[in-house]
Ligand binder design. Structure first.
Ligand code: TRP
Ligand code: SF4
Length: 328
């Protein structure tokens, strides 16, 4: 029996946050069960960062290093950069002919993002940004992928992808499957100050942070403000450290909660436990990262080989798609 096929991707944002670890762990599991294509969506980055294009390559590289250091295996999965595979752009163009504007304007994230960028003084009402989900549909369908591991926020994009594929199949010939989302349990971790984790708030914790930085960031995490002395009974529900313990110290979570409520543990000690756990979890990744960075040709080789495999598969689809539209 042939295996299912997966495509997923991330926009190149540079070094990944610790919250991405659960996404990557899922990918790493899937690479053993499916034929997997994992794509650095650099053209997607360009839809909003067209004026900072010079950062995209370096960010892509840092992100791929994090992928590989976390255990993504280029011998199992095809790891590549979107813009190295021009077939994505070609299919995007064909899809753009059959995608009604109304479908794109109705995507909930479209107006949100326009507003979000507008507030920061930036206008992204460009043709390319409107077409963001069309490009994403091309990413998925150019490999005829049937399964797409994504977070819940991407469901509207995936629904649109199915609609575009369906319309193509109906207008021309059945070429494309209807890919299904594979929702993984993703840990939504706040930044150290309790707000959304973001580089621009400087409240983020990267996967590759060294032990000293981990310790500093954990010390900066906001705790129950009502606790002055370590014997004060605490309320772990309102504490950022507690949220992290829920993921990284899961087996001992109830003990920590109890000790906090009873005033048996001080926040400094509680943070020390967390910093230790985070270090334990990320130190193998840091070690692998170190080795990867020392061999700069390695990442180039991985991406070159990934692009070669991706292009080969994508071209098979494009042959079918062109034939469906224009005839043999
Ligand atoms: N839009 C996705 C995100 O912001 C990234 C992405 C680009 C993607 N192409 C994709 C995800 C194809 C899944 C499949 O997270
Ligand atoms: Fe948070 Fe731990 Fe302090 Fe309780 S003891 S408030 S869980 S840091």
């Amino acid at each position: 029996m042939s295996r299912g096929r997966i495509l997923s991707g991330m926009r190149p944002t540079g070094k990944l946050h610790i919250g991405h670890l659960s996404v990557l762990e899922n990918w790493i599991k899937l690479q053993n069960e499916y034929d997997c294509f994992f794509c650095v969506a650099d053209w997607h980055a360009l839809t909003t960062s067209f004026d900072e294009a010079g950062n995209i390559n370096a960010n892509a590289r840092e992100m791929v290093i994090d992928w590989l250091a976390s255990g993504l295996d280029p011998d199992k999965a095809v790891v590549f950069v979107q813009s190295d595979v021009p077939q994505h752009a070609e299919l995007h163009l064909l899809f753009s002919m059959i995608t009604p504007l109304g479908w794109l304007e109705r995507v909930p994230t479209y107006k949100d993002q326009i507003r979000h960028h507008h507030q920061k003084g930036k206008d992204i009402m460009n043709y390319g940004f409107l077409g963001y989900p069309v490009l994403q549909a091309a990413d998925i369908l150019v490999y005829r992928a049937d399964t797409v591991p994504v977070g819940e926020d991407q469901l509207p994009h995936l629904e649109l992808c199915r609609e575009i594929g369906r319309r193509f199949n109906h207008l021309y010939k059945p070429v494309f499957p209807e890919p299904q989302a594979k929702l993984a349990q993703v840990a939504l971790l706040p930044g150290v100050d309790g707000r959304k984790m973001s580089k621009s708030y400087a409240n983020d914790l990267t996967i590759s942070a060294d032990p000293e930085e981990l310790r500093k960031k954990v010390n900066a995490m906001v705790t129950d403000p009502g606790r002055i002395r370590k014997t004060d009974p605490g309320n772990p529900e309102i504490c950022v450290v507690h949220k992290y313990h829920g993921i990284y110290t899961a087996p001992e979570l109830s003990t920590i909660e109890e000790d906090c409520r009873q005033g048996n543990i001080g926040c400094a000690a509680c943070k020390k436990i967390l910093a230790g756990k985070l270090d334990e979890t990320t130190s193998p990744i840091r070690e692998r990262r170190q080795r990867i960075v020392q061999d700069p040709g390695y990442v180039d080789d991985v991406l070159r080989e990934g692009a070669r495999k991706a292009r080969e598969e994508a071209q098979l689809t494009m042959d079918m798609a062109r034939e469906a539209v224009f005839g043999a």
